[in-house]
Design a binder for this molecule. Structure first.
Ligand code: NAP
Ligand code: GDD
Length: 329
C-alpha cells in the first residue's frame, strides 16, 4: 500500500520540492496549510504538483488543529518544514517565532505521540543553531550550539525536543541540520533571491540599484532540490539519527553578488550595489560551512548542483519571470 506523508510548510520553498519527490516515489502527500485570506500556490505550481497534493487545514500554533490533522491523516511520515523562517524578522517577532518554531514542534510531537506514535518524524533543524561556533572552520553534528537570533534559539529548543521524544518515548524522530539552500522559489526576503531578483531587474532596465546589508558573512549554499532528498533518506534508515546536510563549501555574500551579476553578463557590479544599514542584524552569524561526512557515508547523499550552477539557475529564472511580465504588458 502507498505510504502517506504529511508535510507542514508545503507552500514554502522546500515543501514543493519535497512533495514532488515523494509523489514520484508513489506516496500519498498531504500538505498542512494555514487559513489564508488569499493563499498562494505559486511555488507548488512552479514544481507542477498542486493538483496532486491533498490539503489539510491547521496551524503550528493551534494544538487541537494538529491533533485533528494527525487523527484524520494517520501519516507514515511527517516532515515538519513549517516555521517563521526569516532570521531578520525574528528579533521583531520573537514571541511568534518561538510559538511557531519551538512550541509548535512540541504540539506536533505530542499529537504524534498520542495518535500516530509509529509515524516517522523529520524536524527542519538548521545551521543557525551553530551561530558563532565552529570546529576548525566547519560545523558538524558534534559542534556546540551558540545561536545568535531568536530564530536560532527557537530551533535549538525544537532540535532538543525532537531528540527528547526519541529518547523518552522511543519514537522515530530525526533532525536534519540543513545549511542554507536556495532555488528559484526561494522567498524574496532571503539574500540570494533578493540578489537574483535585483540583478534580473537591473539587467532588464527595471531598476538601477540593489540595497544590501553585510556582504562579508559567508554561507554554505546548496540547492533545495538536492536537500529534500536528504530529508527523505533520513526517514528511510533503520534507526533515527541527526545529520548535517551541506555542500562543505562556503562563499561570502559579496561572492554571491559577483557571481549573480556575472551570470547576467554585468561586470561592474559595484556600480549598482549600495550598503544599507537597515539590512544589518543586531547579531550576525559570520561564517557557516558544513561538515557533511555523516550524511555522505550513512545516507549516501551528495549535493549535485554547484555554487555557480545554483546562482546561474536563480538568475536565469528571475530574468525569465520579468521577461514574461514585460511581454504580457
Ligand atoms: P519557507 O519558505 O519560509 O516556508 C515555511 C513555511 O512554513 C511556509 O509555507 C509558511 O506558511 C509555513 N508556516 C509558517 N508559520 C506557520 C504556522 N504557524 N503554521 C503552519 N505553517 C506555517 O521556509 P523553507 O526555506 O521552505 O524552509 C523549510 C524549513 O526548513 C523551515 O523550518 C526553515 O526554518 C528550515 N530551514 C531552512 C533552511 C533554508 O536555507 N531554506 C535551512 C535550514 C533550515 P506561509 O506560506 O503561510 O507563510
Ligand atoms: N536577507 C538579507 N537581506 N540578508 C542579507 C542582506 C539583505 O539585504 N544583506 C546581507 N545579508 C546577509 C545576512 O546578514 C546573512 O549574513 C546572510 O546575508 C544570509 O541571510 P539570509 O539569506 O536572510 O539567510 P540566513 O542565513 O540568515 O538564514 C537562512 O538560512 C538558515 C540556515 O543557515 C534561512 O533560510 C533560515 O531559515 C535557515 O535556517
Amino acid at each position: 500500500m502507498a505510504k502517506t506523508a504529511l508535510i507542514t510548510g508545503i507552500l514554502g520553498q522546500d515543501g514543493p520540492y519535497l512533495a514532488k519527490l515523494l509523489l514520484e516515489k508513489g506516496y500519498k502527500v498531504y500538505g498542512l496549510i494555514r487559513r489564508y485570506s488569499n493563499p498562494s500556490f505559486d511555488n507548488l505550481d512552479y514544481v507542477g504538483v498542486t493538483k496532486d497534493v491533498n490539503f489539510a487545514e491547521g496551524d503550528l500554533t493551534d494544538e487541537s488543529s494538529l491533533i485533528n490533522v494527525i487523527k484524520n491523516v494517520r501519516p507514515d511520515e511527517v516532515y515538519n518544514l513549517a516555521a517563521q523562517s526569516f532570521v531578520g524578522s525574528s528579533w521583531e517577532q520573537a514571541k511568534l517565532t518561538t510559538e511557531v518554531n519551538a512550541t509548535g514542534v512540541l504540539y506536533l510531537l505530542n499529537a504524534l505521540k498520542y495518535f500516530s506514535p509509529t509515524a516517522k518524524f523529520y524536524q527542519a533543524s538548521t545551521s543557525e543553531m551553530f551561530g558563532l561556533s565552529n570546529d576548525d572552520g566547519y560545523q558538524g553534528e558534534t559542534t556546540q550550539f551558540h545561536p545568535r537570533s531568536p530564530y536560532g534559539v527557537s530551533k535549538v529548543y525544537a532540535y532538543w525536543m525532537t531528540v527528547n521524544f526519541r529518547e523518552s518515548y522511543n519514537m522515530f524522530t530525526a533532525n536534519g541540520i540543513l545549511f542554507n539552500h536556495e532555488s528559484p522559489i526561494r522567498g524574496i526576503q532571503f539574500v540570494t533571491r533578493k540578489i537574483t531578483d535585483g540583478v534580473a531587474q537591473i539587467k532588464l532596465g527595471l531598476k538601477d540599484e540593489l540595497r544590501l546589508g553585510n556582504l562579508d558573512s559567508s554561507r554554505d549554499w546548496g540547492f533545495a532540490g538536492d536537500y529534500v532528498e536528504a530529508m527523505y533518506l533520513m526517514l528511510q534508515q533503520e534507526t533515527p539519527d541527526d545529520y548535517v546536510v551541506a555542500t562543505g563549501e562556503t562563499h561570502t555574500v559579496r561572492q554571491f553578488v559577483e557571481a549573480a551579476f556575472k551570470s547576467a553578463g554585468i561586470d561592474d557590479w559595484e556600480k549598482y550595489v549600495k550598503i544599507d544599514p537597515r539590512f544589518q542584524r543586531p547579531a550576525e552569524v559570520p561564517h557557516l560551512r558544513g561538515k557533511v561526512d555523516k550524511a555522505k557515508n550513512k545516507l549516501g547523499w551528495e549535493p549535485k548542483v554547484s555554487f555557480e550552477g545554483l546562482v546561474d539557475m536563480m538568475v536565469k529564472a528571475d530574468i525569465e519571470r520579468y521577461e514574461k511580465k514585460i511581454a504580457q504588458k
